[in-house]
Design a binder for this molecule. Structure first.
Ligand code: NAD
Length: 314
């Protein structure tokens, strides 16, 4: 029988761990957190306070309280009473492997352990866990993790289907939108798609076709507006009119293949990194970044609330 989840352990409380902690508290759960960095508890409580107004607007569960956060003095202490573990330490394969082995040794045997890893494959993360690798998998969120619904659920070779299922069900109960990655690949689904876009964006800047600001403006005023509502396939389907996706692929598929053949392949050399960072600086020269984040979150909350009632959208 699947364990009832009342206490969630968050191990690693940087950008993503803090988002998970805030979300779990808002859903009325107890959170047991650990991070070895100096002042980590203080930093976590500040991050949760910053996230709380948005989470309140999205709706707090009965009993939700920031007081239900406990900060442990070790990773083992954080997980030993937990019903679910979300690991959010640094994206370093060796560190993650040894951290997961430590969590595996300390957590109760039937407790799922999900890693937030952006791109590591769960089978690699299972390599050093000799106790219960079958309860280890990837649960990859998107930043800001307390607001963006997507979480990619990626089972490894040794993960049992019941763990994959109960983890997805738990994320769903948090208000997340789990998407199962059916076959593990580096970068899962969405970071591979993002990497394809980043590669071409970097290449267009390197070739002088567009500036960093031009590309950000083109995406946010064009395809980005549609992508929050319909995915790349449904958008192409609608572009085909009555003929749908079949017509789009017949009509625009051949030219798109030519564009694909011309796509850039970039290496992030120091010179290219400097060019991109300088372009970013130029784009934000007159922008208050605190206001930028606040406005992003404000619109995101509106969109999430509006989408809740629209059942035709995916
Ligand atoms: N930032 C993103 O946009 C994003 C999105 C999705 C997933 N992720 C993934 O989430 C994970 C965390 O990324 P982040 O952006 O929050 O990084 P971060 O650097 O903000 O946080 C990592 C935290 O891990 C802590 N840490 C270091 N050693 C540790 C240990 N031994 N045990 C526990 N904690 C330890 C650090 O002190 C730090 O607070 C990574 O696997 C990353 O790939 C990041």
């Amino acid at each position: 029988m699947t364990r009832r989840i009342e206490t969630v352990a968050i191990v690693g409380t940087g950008v993503i761990g803090a988002g998970w902690a805030a979300l779990c508290l808002a859903r009325g759960l107890d959170v047991s957190a650990y991070d070895p960095a100096p002042y980590a508890e203080r930093r976590l409580r500040v991050a949760i306070d910053a996230a709380w107004p948005a989470l309140t607007r999205l709706g707090l569960a009965d009993g939700a309280s920031r007081d239900r956060l406990a900060f442990a003095s070790s990773a083992a202490d954080a997980v030993e009473q937990a019903d679910f573990v979300q690991e959010s330490g640094p994206e370093n394969p060796e560190l993650k492997q040894s951290l997961l082995a430590e969590l595996d040794a300390a957590a109760l045997a039937d407790v799922p352990i999900a890693s937030s890893s952006s791109g590591l494959m769960p089978s690699q993360l299972q390599e050093m866990t000799d106790q219960h690798p079958e309860r280890i998998l990837v649960g990859h969120p998107f930043n800001p993790a307390h607001l963006i619904p997507l979480v990619e659920v990626v089972p490894g070779k040794l993960t049992t289907p019941s763990v994959t299922h109960s983890t997805s069900a738990f994320y769903f109960s948090l208000g997340k939108r789990p998407v199962l990655v059916r076959h593990e690949v580096p970068g899962h689904i969405t970071n591979r798609l993002q990497a394809a876009l980043w590669q071409e964006a970097y290449s267009l800047v390197a070739r002088g076709v567009a500036t960093v600001a031009d590309i950000d403006a083109a995406i946010t005023n064009g395809p980005g507006l549609r992508w929050a509502l319909l995915g790349p396939f449904a958008n192409q389907h609608l572009s085909g009119g009555a003929g749908g996706l079949a017509h789009t692929l017949e009509h625009l598929g051949p030219p798109a293949q030519e564009w694909m053949a011309d796509l850039g392949r970039v290496h992030l050399t120091p010179a290219l990194v400097d060019l991109l960072v300088a372009g970013m600086g130029a784009e934000l020269r007159c922008t208050d970044e605190t206001a930028l984040v606040a406005q992003r979150d404000e619109l995101l909350i509106h969109l999430i609330l509006q989408k809740r009632g629209l059942t035709a959208l995916p």
